[in-house]
Design a protein. Structure first.
Length: 235
């Protein structure tokens, strides 16, 4: 079972920051997960929310701000004053950190309905960096996954379940050639794991943050967990 550092080592450092990703790698994580949005001027940036209210403690939607305007955002102090120097990294900067060290799961938070053409921008970066082998693109926006698949048949895809009914999810995963079903710890059970494996899909579960839960996932036979604490032991 693989441990995927959820937004980096976000149990110990502010999520989706260089500090969190560096710490996850230092702690031995072989995979990390991040969230990507796009600025007004087209830069792919790593942040979970669509705005700066929670982690930046100021107003401003990512889609309406230029990358230069985002450079002044402090997204570390909300976690601890010692991280006040942490800004919003670009997707390219995180790929630089992880290349040759860890697999990267890139979640597109919103597709073209909010960020027209973001799917093409993400795929173009993955291609340019020759990162098809060590990146996985996922999204709750399944329309975005279909766009990604139409652009490139080789991009690895993870299907975030959300509220989609399983029969629909299985059909869409087949169409998309998705490699994994990504679902919550509340949703997963032994039957789903068995069905997915029979269909040739991995099962990745979020967010698993205790050893007890990690052990339960191992017993269920899941293939990986998204975790804020990379020090957890996985079987």
């Amino acid at each position: 079972m693989r441990l995927i550092a959820h937004r980096g080592a976000s149990g110990h450092a502010p999520e989706n920051t260089e500090a969190a990703f560096n710490l996850a790698l230092e702690m031995g994580a072989k995979a990390v997960e991040l969230d990507v949005h796009r600025t007004k001027d087209g830069e792919l940036v790593v942040i979970h929310d669509e705005d700066l209210k929670r982690t930046g403690r100021r107003k401003g939607a990512i889609a309406k701000l230029t990358f230069k305007e985002l450079l002044t955002a402090d997204v570390g102090s909300w976690f601890s004053p010692k991280f006040k120097d942490q800004g919003i990294p670009t997707l390219e900067e995180v790929l630089d950190l992880c290349e040759g060290r860890a697999e990267v799961h890139v979640e597109i938070k919103q597709g073209s309905r909010l960020y027209p053409g973001i799917e093409e921008t993400v795929v173009a970066m993955i291609r340019r960096r020759e990162a098809l082998r060590w990146t996985v693109v996922s999204s709750f926006d399944h329309g975005a996954l279909y766009v990604v698949r139409a652009i490139d048949n080789k991009v690895r895809l993870g299907y975030l379940l959300g509220w989609t009914r399983l029969p629909v999810a299985y059909e869409e995963m087949r169409d998309l050639k998705a490699e994994s079903l990504n679902l919550s710890a509340r949703q997963v059970n032994a039957r789903i794991v068995k069905e997915c494996h029979a269909r040739g899909h991995k099962v990745l579960v979020y967010t698993v943050n205790t050893q007890k839960e990690a052990d339960r996932m191992a017993k269920l036979g899941v293939d990986g967990i998204f975790c804020n604490f990379p020090e957890l032991k996985v079987a």
